[in-house]
Design a protein around this ligand. Structure first.
Ligand SMILES: [Zn+2]
Length: 309
């Protein structure tokens, strides 16, 4: 979490009487920070979907006990090839999107149902305590039956959690935001059969423009004031990449010796740019040779040659 909890916050609130929890995420500075570090200039519809995906992982992560990573990944054919967003329970996030034909002009919002017949979207959670049988890992498929991510994830919740859930996501070049409401499990809520329909009716009055334009706390109290929302948590969020020289070393090693040697440029170095944050990793030909013929510890250490471009 960032030192300044007022910037780019995640808010958790309870609507006690209705038996509903709410999570709100708003990314401003940290969303622009992520875009600034991206290796690619995203077309607006791709950028907006990526922003929504980052917000969605943060919203989902707020109500699960885990101490690892939560990812939302779409593997598709075209025009999108990959959409990937990841966050930790500590509030860091990163994401990336790739098109099958870079440079394809895109203007309309991307329809998740039209990214190829073999498209698959999954939510993966690593580091779930007590879930040893699966190595602490959970994976669930997101049905691609809706055009937009908000509705696709609502269907995902309906089928995986069986807790009624609503989600609204929105993003542009300046910010990304989302609101999730979920009915509490029966033992945790008072008997009020009308609570969930009431909360949903209020949720349905919220549009994307208002979501993007509003401060989270103001929005929660304006939208749900009849339900007397109670703020439970306010946490700071930040863009952070988990790349490291060690990971890049592993990737180079997995290429095999001939391919890794072939990647050595005319200046005698291999340069690998992290697609998430733009950090540049440089390896000289001796380090590359050592990957395959001992001396791995040297190649895996933090080198002074890592830079950001
Ligand atoms: Zn990185």
């Amino acid at each position: 979490m960032t030192d300044d909890p007022t910037s780019d916050p995640l808010l958790r609130a309870l609507l006690d009487r209705a038996g509903v929890r709410a999570v709100h995420v708003r990314l401003d500075e940290q969303w622009r920070n992520m875009l600034d570090h991206a290796a690619l200039d995203y077309a607006a519809p791709v950028r907006d979907l990526l922003g929504e995906a980052c917000v969605a992982t943060l919203l989902i992560s707020a109500q699960i006990k885990f101490d690892g990573r939560l990812t939302l990944q779409l593997n598709a054919e075209a025009p999108l090839r990959t959409l990937f967003a990841e966050c930790t329970r500590q509030g860091s996030f990163r994401g990336i999107a790739r098109l099958s034909s870079p440079g394809t002009p895109l203007t309309a919002p991307l329809d998740l149902r039209e990214q190829g017949r073999s498209s698959l979207m999954a939510v993966t959670i690593e580091g779930i305590p007590g879930n040893l049988a699966s190595g602490g890992r959970y994976q669930g498929l997101v049905p691609l039956e809706s055009p937009d991510l908000s509705h696709a994830l609502e269907t995902y919740f309906e089928r995986s959690e069986q807790l009624p859930t609503r989600m609204l996501l929105a993003a542009d070049g300046e910010r990304a935001a989302g609101l999730l409401i979920q009915q509490l499990p029966a033992p945790e809520r008072e008997v009020d059969d009308d609570g969930w329909p009431r909360a949903q009716a209020l949720f349905d009055t919220l549009g994307r423009d208002e979501l993007l334009a509003s401060d989270g706390e103001e929005l929660l109290f304006r939208l749900f004031h009849e339900e007397s929302p109670r703020l439970m948590e306010r946490a700071g969020l930040r863009f952070a990449c988990t790349c490291s020289r060690e990971r890049v070393t592993d990737t180079l090693r997995s290429l095999g010796e001939s391919e890794a040697m072939a990647a050595i440029g005319t200046d005698g170095h291999v340069e690998v740019d992290c697609q998430f944050c733009g950090r540049r990793y440089r390896f000289d030909s001796i380090e590359i040779a050592q990957l395959f013929h001992g001396g791995l510890a040297d190649a895996g250490s933090e080198g002074a040659s890592d830079t950001r471009h």
